[in-house]
Design a protein around this ligand. Structure first.
Ligand code: UGA
Length: 444
């Protein structure tokens, strides 16, 4: 075994691309693998196929160093790597709440027949509990090296928008292993991350457990975060009905160290490629295992209701929606990303497109993805262009550029000074002081 084992990263989506680039940055020789030749040639050419702050610069640097390469060949991956990271996506299955693990199944069954010497396989994808056991069984049955292939389940907790930092500086590492000791190859593969933590005098907790607990650690983390958001959004509904203010309520709650202030921002709810599908996948898996977990249905339903009630509020504020012009500021599922997967903002925009004369959208980086998902909207180059002649403005993603927008600057452009603050990110008093009718979420 070398001190810096050669790594492969299978699946170059959000997780895999970031992982491959960051591990090369830490000094490892890394081969990124994907069956999508288009994606591979983009990455080879130095282009990150999505927006993530800092990642493009690191890709350029690591490609130039010669430590990072990409391929579409599973055979090449098996020949090259001592440690293979499984990073493929597990989206929601069409027509079901469950996760679709077919990409994982494909990559494992493609790689296994070429694994002819001992190697470590590290599963990072978010999977239904029980999947790791299937992966291990398959590797042992299909790989010529058989039992010399070791599997570890090591879920990833990175956030979009902070992906580079979260990968280099994880707040914890979870290792699901078989047996008593962590494989030395795993420690060697993560030595760069351990060293960085030591150099920065940061604690890096490592939780060593079994496969099932490691798989559940990830599903539970996302489900808990979603639950926290839906809880505060349910409180927002109660605030709306009782005249209370959910922003102040969240501050009052957050000072209790047992509750904490994070993930208590009420608004139009959670979206993205992870939280919504992971809540549903955990619900589906619990049901398969005969465990009642209706709490998750309510988390999902509360989240959906926030979108519907934002649409209802918007339509109720317009005299004649079919003749109205609506402006939407921010369309990605959160700031710091161009991702519009299951974006609450895009969902609301889609409903308003069906009811209103015109919907104009501005987003600092999400326009291309939004345009392909919702071509019927009008896309503008600035917030000021978007609000031109608008009867209603909706701020739906809290980009700094949107939160800090000057209401006086927008005022002369709009037809009606009405704003819905879907993320409670605007300074309500400032907007009201210059004559805007301001509507927050769960606040008066
Ligand atoms: C989430 C988790 O936070 C990561 O730990 C996890 O690794 C990742 O999923 C994943 O499974 O890959 P991410 O999808 O990047 O990360 O987004 P979050 O920052 O968790 O935000 C999710 C959604 O919740 C966003 O739409 C955001 O606007 C919303 N949110 C967040 C709220 O509505 N209120 C809050 O207080 C916080």
């Amino acid at each position: 075994m070398t001190t810096r084992p050669r790594l492969t990263v299978l699946g170059t989506g959000y997780l895999g691309t970031t992982h491959a680039i960051c591990m090369a940055e830490l000094g490892y020789d890394v081969l990124g693998v994907d069956c999508d030749a288009g994606k591979i040639s983009k990455l080879d050419g130095g282009e990150v196929p999505f927006y993530e702050p800092g990642l493009a610069e690191l890709l350029t640097r690591t490609l130039a160093s010669g430590r990072l390469r990409f391929t579409t060949s599973a055979r090449e991956a098996a020949e090259f790597g001592e440690v293979h990271f499984l990073c493929v996506g597990t989206p929601q299955k069409v027509g079901s709440l469950a996760a679709d693990t077919s990409y994982l199944q494909s990559i494992v069954t493609e790689l296994a027949p070429y694994l002819d010497r001992s190697a470590l396989v590290v599963g990072k994808s978010t999977v239904p509990v029980g999947t790791a056991q299937w992966v291990e069984n398959t590797l042992h049955a299909m790989a010529p090296a058989g039992q010399d292939i070791t599997l570890v389940w090591n879920p990833e907790f990175l956030r979009e928008g902070f992906a580079v930092n979260d990968t280099l500086r994880p707040d914890r590492l979870v290792y699901g292993i078989k047996g008593e000791t962590t494989p030395a190859l795993l420690d060697a593969a993560y030595q760069g991350i351990y060293d960085l933590a030591a150099a920065e005098q940061r604690e890096l907790p490592v939780i060593v457990t079994d496969f099932a607990t490691a798989e559940l650690a990830k599903s539970a983390a996302n489900a808990f975060l979603a639950t926290k958001i839906s809880f505060i959004n349910a409180m927002a509904e109660l605030c709306e009905a009782s005249g209370a203010d959910v922003v102040q309520l969240a501050r009052a709650l957050g000072h209790d160290a047992r509750i904490g202030p994070k993930f208590l921002r009420a608004g139009i709810g959670f979206g993205g490629g992870c939280l919504p599908k992971d809540v549903r996948a955990l619900r589906a898996r619990a049901e398969e295992l005969g465990v009642a977990f209706g709490l998750l249905d309510e988390v999902d339903a509360t989240n959906a209701r926030r979108r519907t009630s934002a649409v209802t509020l918007a339509l109720s504020l317009l005299d004649k929606p079919s003749e109205a012009k609506v402006a939407i500021l921010g369309v990605t599922f959160k700031p710091g990303t161009d991702d519009v997967r299951d974006s609450p903002a895009l969902d609301i925009a889609t409903h308003l497109v069906d009811h209103c004369a015109q919907v104009s959208i501005y987003d600092p980086v999400g326009m291309d993805n939004a345009r392909s998902a919702l071509p019927k909207a009008n896309y503008t180059l600035s917030p000021l262009d978007a609000v031109q002649d608008a009867d209603l403005v909706l701020a739906l993603t809290e980009w700094d550029e949107i939160s800090s927008i000057d209401p006086e600057l927008l005022a002369p452009a709009v037809k009606q000074k009405r704003v819905i603050d879907g993320r409670n990110c605007l300074d309500a008093r400032r907007w009201r002081n210059v004559g805007w009718q301001y509507h927050g979420m769960g606040r008066h």
